[in-house]
Design a protein around this ligand. Sequence first.
Ligand code: G
Ligand code: G
Ligand code: MN
Length: 577
Amino acid sequence: MGFGNLASAWSAGLRALRGGPAASETLAQVVNDSFSGMVVIDSGGIVIAASRIACDLLNEGRPLDGQRAQRVLPRDMHLAVGQVLAETTPATETPLAIAVVHHGSETDDRLVLQFAVTASVVGTSERVACLNFWDVTERRRAEERLSFLATHDPLTGSLSRTGFCNAINERFETERGRAEGLAVFAIDLARFKPVNDALGHAHGDILLKQVVSRLRATGAQFVARLGGHAFAVAHPGLSQAEAAQFCEIVQDRLVAPYQLGPHRAIVGADIGISHSAVSGFDPDQLLSHADMALNVARAMAGKGYAAFSPEMDENLRARQELETEMQQAMERGEISLMFQPQASLDDGRIIGVEALMRWMHPDLGAVSPDRFIPIAEETGKIVELGRWILEAACREVATWPGELKLSVNISPIQFELIDVVAEVKEALTRSGLPAHRLDVEITEGIFVSNVRATIEALQKLRNLGVGIALDDFGTGYSSLGYLGRLPIDKIKIDQSFVKKLPGDQQSGVIIRAVMMLSEALNKIVIAEGIETADQAWMLKMMGCKVGQGYHFGRPRTATEMRASLVERAAPSLPASA
Ligand code: G
Ligand code: G
Ligand code: MN
């Protein structure tokens, strides 16, 4: 039954109340039996009738009849009753409102009552107020639980992302609040998964809770768990320099050992900082900037935290733009194939070519592979690009006169994601290029993950007759110790060493050392980035057999390359008439 119906029934009944003892008794019983709380108060503020439920909820079951409303009703109800009685219009009705009755100190000891008051004029002039109410404590509790769940992390009790953003919005609404400034820290626990895996999720949960306690203990104002092992903390009133100091405190506390029941565990913590002075007060923006800084921090060896700077955003935007553009680059035919000659240092003869990718974008112009290969690797696009260049290069070189060798770069990601051996076999079969004319160029990055599988794949390639060249030697980990154990045939000395010849002594020493080592290990050395005759001569004197660089030729298209080979192969032929 709606409140309005009940109220008008009551008003009608009230008129009957004056009608005689029988009617009055009937009505008193109706009121008494009402399943809602109902209290009738006369113009003098005295209760003249009350339902049983009203007595239970407001007076611990004792009768309310004859009591002063002011004494027995919660303040909000009593005020509404007073207001209705003071009005002069014949019938008024207050909007639904909430009154809270506490009968203890705990939040659980409260009653939440929803109520409304209607006025009735009985007989000629007497005005009475009828208070109607319902117990909505349970409903309120459920609503509060839902809202808690929406704004908090159920596991740790810290704020959720929504709660965190709400809290920041609320705190920095006013100009005065803003004057203080705000630093936001995005925190990622490193090596949490092994703890979870080894000790079980229950212990992982304890660790996450302890992380929240530790974060709270730093004095940060808002602490949130954004999901998994990602957390965020907001601290008002810190300058940008102070934010970096605070970051070190947070990090120190988080990396201290955790006691998880009988176990001890240690995790790492990478942190990205954003500050309102740079990013403004929009919580989403602050979090997203802190996240970008976190990515930078993660990639950095060493201190493991970084503060956001606007260039990070620009870099990311440019990267994302390239990423989307790259999706279509192949279909639009923007990726092309170039060949750079490799020459014998003894006589300058061209003995091979390295296949290199080029991306000609209609608006951006030539995009360097140094920029787009890392993105293609991240997105997995390198698989498609790599397959294409391997096929196209083999097919092209197989048609050339002579026995030139072809070198193709294969990214570590290709080894990780696909069966490189099968793809190489297929490219060789389809093109008809003999296996011994193909070299695969790899980088040291290939030996970072899944070393055994990688070495196996390389050995299979060698069994086919394909050569393996280690590219960019000297720029990576370059542990000379492992060189002997790897299935490689050639080492390409990085151009950064060659470039400094002949002036730089140190580069000379390093190149000589690599030459000696390669000789002992029976590997061929290719020097990259030879730009002058002097450099070519020096390298030849050091014992290097093969060179690559602008001195012997820049990367050229297939057509240009083929033309120069035909010219070279038949220099003395008379021109046909
Ligand atoms: O020629 P250039 O500046 O374009 O090459 C830059 C880098 O991109 C070099 O390290 C080269 O090895 C790499 N690169 C060029 N083409 C390919 C390719 O087809 N596959 C892979 N994985 N890397 C390539
Ligand atoms: O990383 P990788 O060595 O595979 O790539 C070779 C890269 O070096 C290509 O981008 C090529 O254009 C570039 N390169 C080749 N020879 C020279 C050179 O003599 N000088 C300079 N500066 N770059 C070169
Ligand atoms: Mn290369």
